[in-house]
Design a protein around this ligand. Structure first.
Ligand SMILES: C[S@@+](CC[C@H](N)C(=O)[O-])C[C@H]1O[C@@H](n2cnc3c(N)ncnc32)[C@H](O)[C@@H]1O
Length: 263
């Protein structure tokens, strides 16, 4: 290898390492530090600092970066949810978005819900800055969208208030008991026949991808691995009862979108 090629390869690895370190410090690293402090008992103690600081939110929230983190499956996953909303008559109904997310998922979901006739869309998040940031992406649909500071595991919304609820990559960030609570809350807030759209990681079919994915979770997002087995959302919902679940997987099984209909 020529020396300039060696430099390029070295430079790429250095950049990758630096990016990894950046994300580690703002996610798992911060949670480890919090584990030793008194902040560990608050309702927000599982939330990464990345979601609290407006400068960091704006620094990271670029569609190509977010798409790359989801191995360029982001748009496909959002499309599956948008198709579901588009195929539902939501005339006069309320749609919930339980927690914000980076990228264009919120504008796409809100557009689809409004086009299907929804009279309101409630976006709920435990972090006020995330709601403020989401508001900045949604200049249109005046009067239709409400932003509510709320905890997915103990929501203030009334029982049966919504006909659709979108939960985009929230579960893998919640400690295990909170995953169950968030699913229970999603069920409580849906009217009979209402649909929960859940996008998440899934256990990959291909061993190499499984190993890479396992390593990613062990290093960055340790709460995510349980989605592969003990806290598989379809199993959890089935055990709770009162749901019919349909699961689609993507990219060799690395991702899933679950459409769960409440009885
Ligand atoms: C949905 S996950 C992010 C998924 C993915 N990393 C992304 O942004 O595309 C992150 C969001 O969930 C929110 N969040 C975390 N725990 C929450 C909870 N208990 N209730 C409501 N929102 C929560 C965070 O504040 C953040 O806005």
């Amino acid at each position: 290898m020529t020396s300039w090629m060696t430099n390029v390869v070295f430079g790429l690895f250095f950049l990758l390492g630096l990016t990894g370190l950046f994300f580690f410090v703002l996610t798992r690293g911060a949670l480890l530090v919090r584990g030793f402090s008194s902040a560990q008992n608050s309702a927000k103690s599982h939330v990464y600092p990345l979601y609290s600081n407006m400068r960091l939110i704006k620094l990271v929230d670029f569609q190509p970066v977010i798409s790359a983190i989801l191995l360029f499956q982001y748009s496909t996953l959002v499309s599956k949810i948008v198709e579901g909303l588009g195929a539902t008559n939501l005339k006069g109904k309320k749609v919930l978005v339980t927690s914000c997310a980076f990228g264009n998922v919120i504008p796409r979901v809100v557009d689809a819900a409004v086009q299907s006739g929804a009279h309101s869309v409630v976006i709920a998040d435990i972090i006020d800055n995330e709601l403020e940031h989401a508001r900045g992406k949604l200049g249109h649909h005046p009067g239709k969208v409400a932003y509510v500071e709320d905890n997915a595991t103990a929501m203030t919304q009334q029982a049966g208030c919504a006909d659709a609820n979108v939960m985009f990559f929230l579960l893998h960030e919640l400690p295990h008991p909170l995953k169950i609570q968030a699913l229970r809350e999603a069920g409580r807030m849906l009217a009979p026949g209402g649909k929960l759209y859940l996008a998440e990681f899934h256990r990959p079919e291909v061993p190499l991808l499984r190993l890479l994915s396992w390593t990613y979770f062990k290093v960055f997002e340790p709460f995510g691995l349980a989605l592969w087995d003990t806290h598989d959302p379809v199993n959890c919902l089935t055990e709770m009862g009162g749901w019919t679940c349909e699961r689609s997987t993507y990219f060799f099984g690395n991702f899933q979108v679950i459409t769960a209909t409440k009885h």
